[in-house]
Design a protein around this ligand. Structure first.
Ligand code: SF4
Length: 317
């Protein structure tokens, strides 16, 4: 069903009476993917990303497959669902497999629109990696969005494969010792048609990448940096500034990879120190982060990306 189609089962005048839950409750049938009544914390990067997803998708039908993560808690319980599109809640590990099936059935039925996974980093970098890798290898016609908040935000703030080196989490009280897993490189190695990194602090770039992804068939992987004020121990008002600092310091470079081979760099380190980024978050403490070491790793990674772009530039618009 197109997202903007009316749902007679959910409407009655200005909204359906939620019988059994009290006549004062009404289902919100406004046209947003992320509807009012959602349970996200203030300053949640996922909320920002969902609003940009809304703008990028426009009127095109979208079905979301969401594993167990903050993204599925967001929706709340029927009939007060916060999502304005059909959603399938999956187990942590199976989101990409479920999306593969949904997408295949949609194709067989000639249904228009997009099937997408909306998953956190735990369900992507770690628990869901097997089905993600399998769906990517099969080149399923799926849009895979990972909102990367670098922590298991929904289950108590444990470290994930996406947690950066030095970050204090509930399971790394002395700071994480291992570097963040390079999941974009892993997906690019599957030779999928499109891999891109996105930041809500660079909205035009974000929306352009959504447009590019929508115009490609096959498996598309979009990694969205997503502040979690709870896990990052940051001020919710700082979320967009933290996103901006992550890009300008080079901690979260913005780039695209086409067919696993052709690179286009969009934004990376511009001389901004990582120290301001670290200072604004309680998860980075004195003694848990070696700034010089982090800056060397950033420089090495960016130099490698520049080399890849120089050797194999993307010639597509
Ligand atoms: S715990 Fe973090 S990721 Fe989850 S809703 Fe709150 S801010 Fe967002």
């Amino acid at each position: 069903m197109p997202r903007h189609a009316h749902r007679p089962d959910l409407e009655g005048g200005g909204g359906v009476s939620a019988s059994g839950l009290g006549d004062h409750l009404h289902v919100d049938t406004c046209e947003f993917i992320l509807r009012s009544g959602n349970t996200n914390c203030a300053g949640c990067g996922m909320s920002l990303a969902l609003q940009l997803l809304q703008r990028g998708m426009g009127d095109e039908p979208l079905t979301l497959c969401i594993p167990a993560c903050c993204g599925i808690v967001t929706a709340g319980a029927f009939p007060t669902s916060a999502y304005g599109v059909p959603v399938i809640a999956t187990t942590f590990a199976s989101a990409a497999a479920v999306a593969s099936g949904v997408s295949t059935v949609a194709q067989l039925n000639g249904d228009p629109g997009h099937t997408a996974v909306w998953a956190g980093d735990g369900g992507t970098y770690d628990i869901g990696m097997a089905t993600l890798s399998a769906a990517a290898e099969r080149n399923e016609d799926v849009l895979y969005f990972c909102y990367d908040n670098e922590v298991y935000g929904n289950t108590g703030g444990q470290r994930s494969g996406a947690t950066p080196e030095g970050a204090v989490t509930s399971t790394t009280p002395g700071g994480k010792l291992r570097p963040k897993k390079d999941v974009a490189a892993i997906l690019a190695a599957h030779k999928v048609p499109y891999v891109a990194t996105l930041s809500a602090a660079h909205q035009e770039d974000f929306l352009r990448k959504l447009e590019t992804a929508k115009g490609i068939r096959g498996f598309r992987f979009l990694l969205i940096h997503s502040p979690c004020p709870v896990g990052w121990k940051s001020d919710p008002a700082d979320s967009v500034e933290l996103l901006r600092l992550a890009v300008s310091s080079g901690l979260f470079p913005l780039y695209e990879v086409f067919d696993g081979e052709r690179y286009r760099l969009n934004a990376g380190p511009d001389g901004t120190s990582v120290e301001e980024y670290f200072k604004r978050q309680g998860r980075f403490r004195k003694g848990t982060v070696d700034v010089a070491h982090v800056e060397r790793a950033i420089a090495d990674r960016w130099a490698r990306l520049e080399l890849l772009e120089a050797m194999c530039p993307a010639d597509v618009e």
